[in-house]
Design a protein around this ligand. Structure first.
Ligand code: C2E
Ligand code: MG
Ligand code: MG
Ligand code: MG
Length: 267
């Protein structure tokens, strides 16, 4: 008898996690003021020998539902911090953005675990930004407590996929975020539709008004880069900057990207 698909997926994922066969792709985020690399976002990748590439949208919920998310997050931090050190040794200076699950925040010692990992690997807390998507089951008071503890340690906090959830306005006002990541849904037609453009500009203004940095994700074209620069958006990320890269391809990408920046922003 063959196992039902979800169990097969869960079993495969658990084995990949235990055997350290999950890896990370890194997507560059650039400063729109200078064109320089600011940060990379680590995105987990699982390639199963039988099933092929399984997207995080399929296995992250599974990990969350089966008590494996804390283990995945700890594993990912170790992998990505090790990678960050390798880049640093080659003279590449960039911050690291790492996605966490709202469920990770249920563990009261999570901020201490992250801080200990930073210390263990020699990654300054200021070089780490945690990205959190709305959807926590925690009360606002608990969230406030946990997120504040990250901020006290100097770790940055981004609200991911901003604008798509129910209570993002409330969250961004009350919680100690440092960055707003405007969901790619809004940027996708901002160069064509006046309405979308107004919304993107308003969200950038909202972020700045609250003292937060504004990032646009899903930036795919040169026109969008130019538009976002005109709107004084701080950071851009998307296929138009770079697809998520293998770690070893980052140095070559930086060289190529920086050489093309003047042309990218030329009228
Ligand atoms: P996210 O954090 O919003 O990540 C951005 C997603 O958009 C990534 O998909 C990325 O590959 C994709 N993307 C980036 N630029 C573009 C673009 O220009 N156009 C389009 N169409 N897509 C773009 P991915 O890697 O499939 O990740 C999906 C989600 O899974 C992430 O959304 C994040 O919420 C979650 N995720 C990824 N890695 C991790 C992880 O290590 N831990 C946790 N807890 N969640 C993760
Ligand atoms: Mg993210
Ligand atoms: Mg996002
Ligand atoms: Mg998104």
């Amino acid at each position: 008898m063959t196992a039902p698909p979800d169990l097969k997926l869960l079993d495969g994922f658990e084995r990949a996690l235990i055997n350290e066969r999950l890896h990370y792709a890194y997507q560059p985020k650039i400063s729109l003021a200078t064109g320089k690399l600011k940060r990379v976002e680590a995105l987990v990748r699982w390639h199963d020998p039988e099933m092929g590439a399984v997207p995080p949208s399929r296995f992250i919920p599974l990990a969350e539902g089966h008590g494996l998310i804390d283990q995945l997050t700890r594993y990912g931090l170790d992998r990505c911090f090790t990678q960050w050190k390798e880049w640093r040794a080659k003279g590449i200076e960039c911050e690291l953005a790492f996605n966490i699950s709202a469920m990770n925040l249920n563990a009261l010692d999570f901020p201490d675990i992250v801080e200990a990992k930073c210390e263990e690997h020699g990654v300054p807390a200021e070089c780490l930004v945690l990205e959190l998507t709305e959807g926590s089951t925690q009360s606002l008071v608990n969230l406030m407590d946990t997120l504040t503890r990250f901020r006290i340690k100097g770790i940055g906090l981004a609200i991911d996929d901003f604008g798509t959830g129910y209570s993002t306005m409330k969250l961004v006002r009350q919680l100690p975020f440092t960055e707003v990541k405007i969901d790619r849904f809004f940027i996708s037609d901002a160069t064509r539709s006046m309405d979308s453009r107004v919304i993107v500009e308003a969200m950038i203004g909202l972020a700045h008004g609250l003292g937060l940095s504004a990032t646009c994700e899903g930036v795919e074209t040169r026109e969008q880069i130019q538009l976002l620069r005109a709107m004084e958006c701080d950071v851009a990320q998307g296929y138009g900057v770079s697809k998520p890269l293998l770690a070893e391809d980052l140095p070559g990408w930086i060289e190529q990207w920086e050489a093309g920046w003047d042309e990218m922003i030329a009228p």
